[in-house]
Design a protein around this ligand. Structure first.
Ligand SMILES: [Fe+2]
Ligand SMILES: [Fe+2]
Length: 274
């Protein structure tokens, strides 16, 4: 069991952000903005899926997971709220959130499916968020030049994603989700997630008037496809999910723990005196 606490982030999100909020870099801003645009709908879905999965468990099992799921939901609810504020600034700058619209359409079309499918989709996406989160914490230069409050936002979210990496996976196993479906859904999520984020990134770049600039794609290549880039450098960790005996706890999460220990001045723990 993972002990999960809910943290309230002490940063200013009232002050507007710039279109190229990430160090003035067009690609890095557009890409992370695209990710942020996908979070509120995604995180609501993860909360619903894990909560529904928990409900199907027999009482003793349910009790075993109840506290962790409570923490998981609290963390995702906070991420959703904070990223909605961030996305509100993007909307005021004229960025159109199509990734959310497409996701809502897909969720509606798949709403009738078995709860195990939804928990598998959540566990698969959480694998992505966990490996990307660790990558972010190891590569804070991906946020180089951005305001400290925005760096804190992204690294705090990363640390919590890494921290709760086991929850959806454990619920999937507890509700007897099988290996074949876990892989099938993971492959599906991989294609959908990457295509959707890249589509939204391109749309953001178009709005920013930087889609056809050489420097934009140079930066994109550097961020994602360099040897230690966010996509290429994570291929091995992505592939680990395919192993029959994979468990998210096999990946080292110490950098997230360290970040949370070193940045206690950036948040308060909900339910605890400051
Ligand atoms: Fe999250
Ligand atoms: Fe998460």
């Amino acid at each position: 069991m993972t002990d999960l606490v809910v943290r309230r982030l002490l940063i200013d999100l009232d002050t507007p952000i710039a279109a190229r909020w990430n160090g003035g870099d067009a690609f890095r801003s557009a890409f992370f903005s695209a990710l942020s645009m996908s979070f509120p709908v995604g995180e609501q879905y993860f909360m619903d899926a894990v909560r529904s999965g928990l409900k199907t468990l027999p009482e003793p099992e349910r009790q075993k997971f109840a506290q962790e799921v409570h923490g998981f939901i609290g963390q995702e609810a906070t991420h959703r709220r904070i990223h909605s504020l961030f996305n509100g600034h993007l909307a005021k700058l004229g960025f159109k959130n199509d990734i959310e619209r497409r996701a809502l359409k897909r969720l509606k079309a798949n709403a009738h499916r078995d709860v195990r499918i939804h928990v598998a989709a959540t566990a698969a996406t959480e694998h992505f968020t966990a490996i990307f989160a660790d990558w972010m914490l190891h590569h804070p230069e991906a946020l180089e030049g951005s305001e400290p409050r925005l760096k804190t936002l992204w690294l705090w979210h990363s640390a919590e994603e890494s921290e709760h990496r086991n929850t959806a996976f454990d619920i999937y196993q507890a509700i007897s989700g099988n290996h074949a479906w876990r892989l099938r859904i993971f492959r599906y999520i991989t294609v959908i997630f990457l295509t959707d984020v890249l589509r939204q990134t391109i749309q953001n770049l178009w709005h920013d008037d930087s889609l056809f600039k050489w420097s934009t794609w140079q930066s994109g290549f550097q961020l994602l496809m360099a040897k230690d880039g966010m996509f290429r450098g994570n291929y091995g960790l992505w592939r680990d999910y395919l192993a029959p005996d994979f468990h998210p706890s096999q990946h080292d999460a110490s950098i997230a723990k360290q970040w949370l220990q070193e940045n206690t001045s950036q948040f308060t723990v909900v339910g605890q005196a400051a």
